[in-house]
Design a protein around this ligand. Structure first.
Ligand SMILES: C[S@@+](CC[C@H](N)C(=O)[O-])C[C@H]1O[C@@H](n2cnc3c(N)ncnc32)[C@H](O)[C@@H]1O
Length: 193
């Protein structure tokens, strides 16, 4: 149980148990695979930083994590300290919409897992911040399914936001996008140029 991955897995299981948001095991495995060789990673909507910490421990990459909720950000700071990852995971507490335009440099992998209605708004910064051949992973793109008629009326606006985001991604000639049906749907977009 001293192995940091086992400790992290226990925290992830506890978070999933109380329905605190964190990615499912399959989505984490895919992220770890995509992160191989990465030196700089960005997570937007990091909650308690359990995914950021896993990405850092697995790759040694420097991870920048953005989280707006102060209670989750505090837990994230405690988790980062508990794993001795202060030098590898940098938490930026605040609204991603305000923080993203201020970030500089490029990232090898960006994990977009913040507010779904804002994905479209964040896209230009994600594109700017992603290096050529880098990968943008957008989470939960199928969480309302694929058929508008089956979506409750009060969620249709969000369904449309996600649909417009996917159309933007899939129509961008600078990206090659695949939708993967694990968890609540992941869009994996490689930047071609
Ligand atoms: C699905 S959870 C993230 C789970 C996390 N990526 C993980 O794998 O453990 C979404 C997170 O986005 C955060 N969030 C919502 N709106 C935000 C915003 N405008 N800026 C930054 N974070 C935001 C929420 O507080 C929440 O913790």
């Amino acid at each position: 149980m001293n192995d940091p991955f086992s400790r992290l897995q226990t925290l992830r299981a506890a978070a999933l148990d109380v329905r605190d948001p964190t990615v499912c095991d399959e989505a984490l495995s895919l992220l770890l695979e995509l992160a191989k060789g990465a030196e700089r990673i960005l997570e937007i909507g990091a909650a308690e930083c359990l995914t950021s910490i896993a990405l850092h421990l697995a790759t040694g990459a420097e991870v920048t994590a953005i989280e707006r909720d102060p209670v989750r950000a505090q837990r994230a700071r405690e988790n980062i300290a508990a794993f001795g990852a202060e030098r590898g995971v940098r938490l930026l507490e605040g609204d991603a919409g305000e923080i993203l335009p201020c970030l500089e440099g490029t990232f090898d992998l960006i994990f977009l897992d913040g507010p779904k209605a804002q994905y479209r708004r964040y896209f230009a910064d994600c594109k700017r911040l992603l290096r050529k051949k880098g990968v943008l992973v957008s989470d939960d793109v199928l969480f309302l399914g694929r058929e508008k008629e089956k979506v409750p009326k009060k969620r249709r606006m969000l369904f449309e936001h996600i649909g417009e985001y996917l159309a933007l991604l899939e129509g961008d000639p600078d990206f090659e996008t695949q939708i993967i049906e694990i968890g609540e749907g992941l869009a994996v977009s490689r930047k071609l140029s």
